[in-house]
Design a protein. Structure first.
Length: 292
C-alpha cells in the first residue's frame, strides 16, 4: 500500500445537492429546496406587504423589516414620519386638529408637522429601549419642518455658543491642553452635529432665550388636546425638533433605524444619546398634562 493517505469516505446525507437524479434521495432534496424557496418568498412577500400596507406595525414586524430591508429611508418615512400616531389611533381627526394647531402657532403648513417616537408607534424605536410600550410618563415627540425656523434657531444657538468656553486666542502655546467644561463641550458638539444633519434642538438654547421660551409656550399650549382624547392621554412632556426639510428628517430617523439594526444584530453600536430623545423643546412642566 502506498504511503499516500486515502481520502476518507463521507456518507452522503439526504440534503446533498449531488444526489443522483431520479432517486428517492434526489426527490427529497428537490422537495426541501422548493420548501426553502417557498418559505423565503413567503417571508419576502410578508415584508413587502408590511411596507405597502403601512402603519400600524407591531414591534416584532418592524424588527423583522429592519433586519431584512437595506433601504431604511423608506422604512423611516412610512412608519416613523407618516400615518396616524398611536396616541390618536381612536381619534384620527383630532390628530389633524393637533397638526393644524401646531402649524398655526409656528407658521408652517399642517403637512409639515408630525408626531414620532413611542407616541407614534405605541412603543419606543430607540436602540437603547426598543419595544418599550408607550405609557404614563412617556413623552410626545413632535417634528416640525421649517427652513426659516431652522435658520433662525441655529443662528441664535451659535450666537450663544460663541460666548461659551475660552476665546479663540486663549493661549499662544497651541499644544497646551485647554480646559473646557464638560457640559459646554457636550452642548457644542450636539449643536454642531445637529447643524450638520440639518436640525435644530430648541432645548440647547440658554434658559434666558426668548426664542426658547416662545417655542416652549407654543408647544405646551397643545397639551389640552391630549386630555380631550378618549381615553385621555396624560403627557409629562411635549418636545419638538425642527428640521430644515423633510429629507433631513428622513435621513435622521433612517440613521436611528440603522443604529437599531446594528444593535439587533449584536454589533457594537456607537450610540448617539440624542437619537433616543427627539429631545427639544420640553413643552410641559412635569406637573402638567403629559404622555401616556
Amino acid at each position: 500500500m502506498s504511503g499516500r493517505h486515502r481520502r476518507p469516505h463521507i456518507a452522503a446525507k439526504h440534503t446533498s445537492p449531488s444526489a443522483t437524479p431520479g432517486t428517492t434521495e434526489s426527490k427529497i432534496v428537490s422537495a426541501e429546496i422548493e420548501v426553502d424557496k417557498a418559505n423565503e418568498n413567503e417571508d419576502q412577500n410578508r415584508l413587502l406587504n408590511l411596507l405597502v400596507e403601512g402603519p400600524p406595525i407591531t414591534s416584532a414586524d418592524l424588527k423583522s423589516l429592519i433586519l431584512s430591508v437595506d433601504n431604511l429611508d423608506i422604512v423611516a418615512k412610512v412608519f416613523i414620519l407618516e400615518g396616524t400616531p398611536y396616541v390618536f389611533s381612536k381619534s384620527p381627526m383630532k390628530y389633524m386638529i393637533f397638526r393644524e394647531q401646531v402649524a398655526e402657532k409656528f407658521e408652517v403648513g399642517y403637512q409639515d408637522v408630525c408626531i414620532v417616537g413611542s407616541a407614534k408607534l405605541g412603543y419606543s424605536p430607540s436602540p437603547q429601549k426598543y419595544g418599550k410600550a408607550f405609557a404614563e410618563q412617556s413623552d410626545v415627540d413632535v417634528v416640525i419642518i421649517s427652513d426659516k425656523l431652522f435658520d433662525q434657531g441655529s443662528l441664535k444657538l451659535f450666537q450663544h455658543l460663541n460666548s461659551v468656553g475660552p476665546g479663540i486666542t486663549f493661549d499662544d502655546d497651541r499644544k497646551k491642553p485647554t480646559n473646557v467644561e464638560a457640559g459646554d463641550w457636550k452642548q457644542i458638539k450636539e449643536s454642531v452635529r445637529n447643524y450638520v444633519y440639518q436640525n435644530f434642538n430648541p432645548a440647547l438654547l440658554p434658559d434666558h432665550s426668548s426664542m426658547k421660551f416662545d417655542i416652549f409656550q407654543k408647544i405646551r399650549s397643545t397639551s389640552p388636546l391630549f386630555m380631550a382624547l378618549e381615553p385621555a392621554v396624560f403627557v409629562s412632556k411635549i418636545r419638538c425638533r425642527i428640521f430644515r426639510n423633510w429629507k433631513a428628517a428622513e435621513d435622521y430617523y433612517a440613521n436611528t433605524l440603522r443604529q437599531l439594526k446594528n444593535k439587533l444584530r449584536g454589533d457594537e453600536v456607537d450610540f448617539d444619546p440624542d437619537l433616543e430623545e427627539i429631545g427639544s423643546a420640553e413643552g410641559a412642566a412635569p406637573s402638567t398634562v403629559a404622555a401616556s
